[in-house]
Each structure stands twice: as structure tokens, then as C-alpha cells.
Design a protein around this ligand. Structure first.
Ligand code: HSE
Length: 441
């Protein structure tokens, strides 16, 4: 039979989903491709565990080399995650003349250049649709479907765990800790949720999206990251009163010879489509200069949605193999050396709108003093609400600003924190609202 043979390394959640898809939908896939994607072998440390899928016993091994060295295997799927030994497995598979499919965003966001260079050196494909947005085909979209466009910006909700927590805080009035506990109970958050709640998982994905969109190397360390661990339910409530929802937004923005890449909690107007992306769902709002606005929505994680993306890569590579080609589509969307050189903009240089909550004494002149500190730094106020309570010494004062420079906001916060009429450090959140853009009064 006409077939492409596949070796799967890692039979965890996604690996099991891939095995299930390939075994159960084999004939459908064959009808569409005209050849079959045939799972030949699976390597995992634990081959005794019942995965709930009817995998032939002879297909399983604990020895990864048996797959990488097998001359019959055309494509290796790496689904073990982490840096090592995943990196070595991928390099070795490429060296052995195999194409590779991975879902390993952390690895690609930190060692992407080395791995894509290796794929090019050995004339093989390294595909990674499942690394970003789970079942949403965003890599294919940015690299192929929207190839005609300059990307004005891409806004993403890229982490389901954080989106679930923020949705719970917004809809149920939960605290961050309560919402995190529920995310763990429902199996959305890992027992150690650090990568998710500190924004690191979203930053890994944004590093790849930024690279695909703008031709910069994927560089996790150039992405500005702030997670959601310090979000106070008070700010979720105030944001709502101002007409905003709080989302962990991942932003890639074209700024001419610079590109902004940042992940942080962001106030998004409640009437934006992205504000309506709730629970564990992910979404990408992509604005291209030719296509205008597009929105992609779906499950960003989970066994079967992620398996769907892995199998789409297998199908693409299978078609390339059948056509006798590799490297038909550049891994990061640009032919080597042909991209316009852009650099990442340091966070201190960005201009955006800010929400600032200050715990201040309810006394004459306090607001004037705060306004003076902001005005001295070219920060103009759009609106102020004071949530006054007569029995309290300090009351929350919430400000929205016009677009201001991040470094000026930081300096203002230091000065405001030092005021004797202010208690603690003000809360600062960025706002993404087109109604507030370019209107510095
Ligand atoms: N843990 C991620 C999330 C999925 O919560 O969206 C894998 O990147």
C-alpha cells in the first residue's frame, strides 16, 4: 500500500490523541490524501499504561533510537516536550534524513534558530502547527493563507489556563487563588502552573507568531512578559465598570523598523470580539494591510484539538514527500536572508494607554499632586474615578491615561508611591482601546 510511515516519540496526552486520530481516521485521511499516514512505531518511557486507545503491542518500544534509526520511517513526531532530550531527538532525526513534527513551543521559542537551520542543512521539514493555538491553524494561516499581507498587528489570547482564571474572576467574582484552584480541579492547570500563570507559555507562542509575522528570529528573551498572579479582583471589577474586560493579551505590533512583542494583562473593551473569548478558548485577531481584520477562535489545548494540528502537519509533509520536495514553505515564513531586518522594541519605549489604581487619602490637593506628577512626564489623563468611602483613610483612585511612554509611566509610579498621601505601590495595567489611541490632549 502507498503509505508514509510515522514514528511517534511521546505517548502522553497529545501523543495518545495523535495515535487515536491516525488509527481511527486512517481511511478518511487516506481518501483525502491519496496515500495513508501509517503509524509504524511509538516510543515512550512507560509502555505499560493503558491509554484508552487500542494500540498494537508490537508498535510500542521504550527505545527512541529504534525509531530514529529505522530507515522505513519518513516522519518523526516529537511530543515529549521540554528542552532535552527533545532537542537531541529532533536534530538526530533530521540528520538521519527524517522530517519532524513537533508541538514543542518552549523548545522552538528558545532553540528555534538552531533547529530550523538544521532542518535546512539536512534538506528536511520541521513543522509545528500544534505549538501555537492548539487546534487553531494559525501557523498555516500566517505563513500561507495571509502571505500577501503586512501584518499591522496580531493580538492573541494564547493561554487557556489564564483565560479560564480571568473569566472566573470576572464572571464569578472569584479571587485569583480561588479561580486557580478551580482550574486545577478541572484539570486545566498543571499542579505546577508557573509556566501558564506567569505568562511564559503565552510568550513562547508569541515568540513564534512574531517571527512568522515579521521575519525576526524567534527569541523568547526579547518578548516582554507579565503574568496574571498579581491580578486583584478589585481591578477586574473596576475594569468592568469602565467598560473593559481583563485578558492576558499577547501582542505583536509592527512599528516600522521595530516590532513590539509583549504578553501582559490588558484591559480590552467589552464590545471587542476578543473580550468575548472566555474560558479555556484561545483566539487570534490578525489585522493585515490587504485582508483587513480576521479572527481565529478555538481550543488552544487538549488531546484531540492539538492532535488535529499535528496530523495536519503530517499530511502536509506527506504531500511534500510524495511530490519529492522539502522546504517548499520556509519554516518561519521568510526565505533565509530575504526578510526585512527589524528589531524588538524595548518595553520602556512603547506608547500605550494605562489604567492606574492608586490608594490615596481623600483630601484636598491629593489628586492635583498626582496629576502634576503625571503632567510633568507628559502623561495626560482621560478619566478619573474615585471610589470614595468616608470611613477609610485611603480610597482607590482609578485613572485612565491617553497614550503615554512606558518609561514615563514607570517614573511617575515611583514618584506617586513616594507621596505621603499614597499607600503602597499603584496598580498599573495596559489598555488596548482604539478609541483612546492618538488622542493625547
Ligand atoms: N497550558 C496551555 C494553556 C496549553 O493553558 O493554554 C499548552 O500550551
Amino acid at each position: 500500500m502507498d503509505m508514509i510511515k510515522i514514528g511517534l516519540i511521546g505517548l502522553g496526552t497529545i501523543g495518545t490523541g495523535v495515535a487515536k486520530t491516525l488509527l481511527e481516521n486512517e481511511s478518511l485521511i487516506e481518501d483525502r490524501l491519496g496515500f495513508s499516514l501509517s503509524l509504524k512505531a511509538i516510543a515512550d518511557l512507560d509502555i505499560e499504561k493503558d491509554r484508552g486507545v487500542n494500540i498494537p503491542r508490537g508498535m510500542l518500544t521504550t527505545n527512541t533510537s529504534l525509531l530514529i534509526d529505522d530507515p522505513e520511517i519518513d516522519i518523526i513526531v516529537e511530543l515529549i516536550g521540554g528542552t532535552e532530550p527533545a532537542r537531541t531527538f529532533i536534530i538526530n532525526a533530521l540528520k538521519k534524513g527524517k522530517h519532524v513534527v513537533t508541538a514543542n513551543k518552549a523548545l522552538l521559542a528558545t532553540h528555534g534558530k538552531e533547529l530550523f537551520d538544521a532542518a535546512q542543512t539536512y534538506g528536511k521539514d520541521l513543522y509545528y502547527e500544534a505549538a501555537v493555538g492548539g487546534g487553531i491553524p494559525i501557523i498555516k494561516t500566517l505563513r500561507e493563507a495571509l502571505i500577501a499581507n503586512n501584518y499591522t498587528f496580531i493580538y492573541g489570547i494564547l493561554n487557556g489556563t489564564c483565560n479560564f482564571i480571568l473569566t472566573e474572576m470576572s464572571e464569578k467574582g472569584s479571587t485569583f487563588q480561588e479561580a486557580l484552584a478551580k482550574a486545577k480541579e478541572l484539570g486545566y492547570a498543571e499542579s505546577d502552573p508557573t509556566l501558564d500563570i506567569e505568562g511564559i507559555d503565552a510568550a513562547h507562542k508569541l515568540a513564534l507568531v512574531t517571527s512568522l509575522a515579521y521575519g525576526v528570529p524567534p527569541d523568547m528573551h526579547s518578548v516582554y512578559v507579565e503574568g496574571i498572579t498579581n491580578i486583584d479582583s478589585l481591578d477586574v471589577t473596576f475594569a468592568h465598570e469602565l467598560g473593559y474586560k481583563l485578558k492576558l493579551l499577547a501582542l505583536a505590533i509592527d512599528r516600522g523598523d521595530k516590532v513590539e512583542a509583549r504578553v501582559h494583562p490588558t484591559l480590552v473593551p467589552v464590545n471587542y470580539l476578543l473580550a468575548k473569548v472566555d474560558g479555556v478558548f484561545n483566539a487570534f485577531y490578525v489585522r493585515g494591510d490587504i485582508v483587513d481584520s480576521t479572527l481565529f477562535y478555538g481550543r488552544g489545548a487538549g488531546m484531540m484539538p492539538t492532535a488535529s494540528a499535528v496530523v495536519s502537519d503530517l499530511a502536509d509533509i506527506g504531500r511534500n514527500i510524495r511530490a519529492g520536495i522539502a522546504g517548499r514553505i520556509p519554516h518561519l515564513g521568510y526565505r533565509k536572508g530575504s526578510s526585512v531586518p527589524k528589531s524588538y522594541m524595548p518595553i520602556d519605549d512603547i506608547y500605550t494607554n494605562y489604567y492606574i489604581r492608586i490608594n490615596a487619602m481623600d483630601r484636598p490637593g491629593v489628586l492635583a499632586k498626582i496629576a502634576g506628577i503625571l503632567g510633568d512626564r507628559d502623561i495626560s489623563i482621560v478619566s478619573v474615578i474615585q471610589k470614595g468611602r468616608e470611613d477609610l483613610d485611603f480610597v482607590p483612585v482609578v485613572l485612565l491615561t491617553h497614550e503615554a511612554r512606558e518609561s514615563n509611566v514607570k517614573s511617575a509610579i515611583v514618584a506617586i508611591s513616594a507621596m505621603e498621601e499614597v499607600s503602597g505601590t499603584p496598580v498599573v495595567l495596559r489598555v488596548e482601546d482604539k478609541k483612546l489611541k492618538n488622542k493625547t490632549a
